[in-house]
Write a new protein. Structure first.
Length: 226
């Protein structure tokens, strides 16, 4: 039983590392080749996990092989458009200039109910408001609304608003995030002075502390334990 436990832990970290090397895409945003690799990795890793008679390397080596193959294919697909089309396909325009492309719909194995459902999930219950609907290679549906249906923007209203500020989380649950502090162009001496100004003795007493691009500091201390 202990052997199975350790084998599972090793394979778990091997698979997590493998998926991290593939990038930060969400499952719903994986390209077809990436989804195939993900499924194969899970299948290959499960064999030595279930059967202790199979050497551990019989699970690790195939996982590494699949990841190396994926990295190589990804590199060449960045340089070669034809290879990228073969591996990932190309977007399909299901609604073109307000009209449903029935041939493209059938080619993508979409029926009208599927299309209407996807439109509703994208907050477009009325198909007459859609100018273009594009089925991306990841399987996600991108919507381009008609002019009269699009949301009003700040530019449309000619508003002069201040620029958007990026907020840095410099303390989270009592732990100082030094890289974030550096990105905010601050150091620990500055942080200590600010905490003292707020009558806080230590960063360990802070539940959350953030600072934006303008230097505005937000601090919330931890609640006292009952």
């Amino acid at each position: 039983m202990l052997v199975v436990f350790f084998r599972t832990i090793v394979l778990y970290f091997a698979v997590v590392l493998a998926l991290r090397l593939m990038g930060k895409r969400q499952i719903g945003q994986l390209q077809p080749s990436e989804l195939v690799i993900t499924i194969m990795i899970s299948e290959v890793a499960s064999i030595p996990m279930q059967n202790t008679g199979v050497p551990l390397l019989s699970g690790i080596v195939p996982v590494l092989t699949l990841i190396i193959a994926e990295v190589i294919l990804s590199f060449f697909s960045l340089k070669n458009r034809k290879l990228r089309r073969i591996l990932s396909g190309h977007p399909s325009i299901l609604i073109n200039n307000g009209k449903i492309d029935q041939k493209e719909l059938a080619k993508s194995r979409f029926n009208v109910e599927d299309l209407l459902e996807e439109l509703r999930m994208c907050n477009f219950p009325d198909i007459t408001q859609v100018a273009y609907a594009i089925l991306e290679t990841s399987g996600q549906l991108s919507i381009v609304p008609k002019t009269e249906a699009r949301s009003v923007t700040v530019k449309d209203m000619n508003l002069n608003l201040p620029p958007v500020n990026l907020t840095y989380t410099i303390i989270s649950d009592g732990i100082v995030d030094k890289p974030e502090l550096k990105r905010a162009n601050k150091d620990e001496n500055w942080l200590t002075k600010q905490l003292n100004h707020h009558k806080i003795q230590s960063a360990k007493d802070v539940f959350l502390a953030t600072i934006d691009s303008n230097g505005s500091l937000f601090v919330q201390v931890k609640e006292a334990k009952k």
